[in-house]
Write a protein that binds this ligand. Sequence first.
Ligand code: G1P
Length: 278
Amino acid sequence: MNITKVIIPAAGLGTRFLPYTKTIPKEMLPLGNKPAIQHIIEEGIQSHLKDFFIIISKEKKELRHYFEPNTALEATLESQGKLGLLDSIKTINQNSSLYYIEQPKPLGLGHAIMMAHEQIGSEYFGIMLPDDIMLSQDPGIGQLMNIARKEKASVIAVQEVPHHAVSSYGIVAIKEQINADIFEVKSMVEKPHPDDAPSTLAVIGRYVLSPTIFTSLQTLAQNHTRGELQLTDAIAHMMRNHNEKVYAYKIKGTRHDIGNPKGWIAAINDIATRESVI
Ligand code: G1P
């Protein structure tokens, strides 16, 4: 199984981080000397992903601008012999291809993923949610890719969360535990009330999915009249209606939700203690 493509949905409004996000995309929040989105792309590059499809809104021009080559600065650094710094501003473009797809309205994560259907085609692919920063020895999405290749099936990252917190996440119902870290999923539910949650295993923002997800997304979109189109519902639909196996994997590493100020500060503090990830 060849997995080279990944979708990064970055069109959200960033309401949990207002007023900062009024004009500056939350994906541009600094973590050390890089914006958050660069950490995400580097995790993908370390996992040998090549093509990055970034879903943006038309307000997110800074994000696009950041990754454009700055030839004047490159020439200056070269003439000054600052080759380390030169490398630091060129590395993303040298190691990846970035493509931008505009989502006209924020209609939900499922809708954002559907925007890249044509570009993904009929291959397994990754999804990385930029609110979730993973600090780990082995790059997060790469851990999932290894299992997807072995099992020839979709894999989603999960972590245990406290019972009261389940209503902030997609939660999986387990069919069978395969080993200490891998479970076959029976179903999934988006942000359940704690009394209704089938487990405390919460989906965190890394997925490797079968292209069949697009069939499910399209089916759900046809009957969808209001609210957000959820990726979680499409994954559940794909298992139920297309006989697709999905595994949940307890991802190794520390996850920070940087979509809110407290989580972002925790991520910065954590990064500051790990010189190697800056
Ligand atoms: C999204 C997904 C949810 C997942 C979460 C992880 O929710 O819909 O299933 O658990 O990301 O961060 P959001 O946090 O964007 O509302």
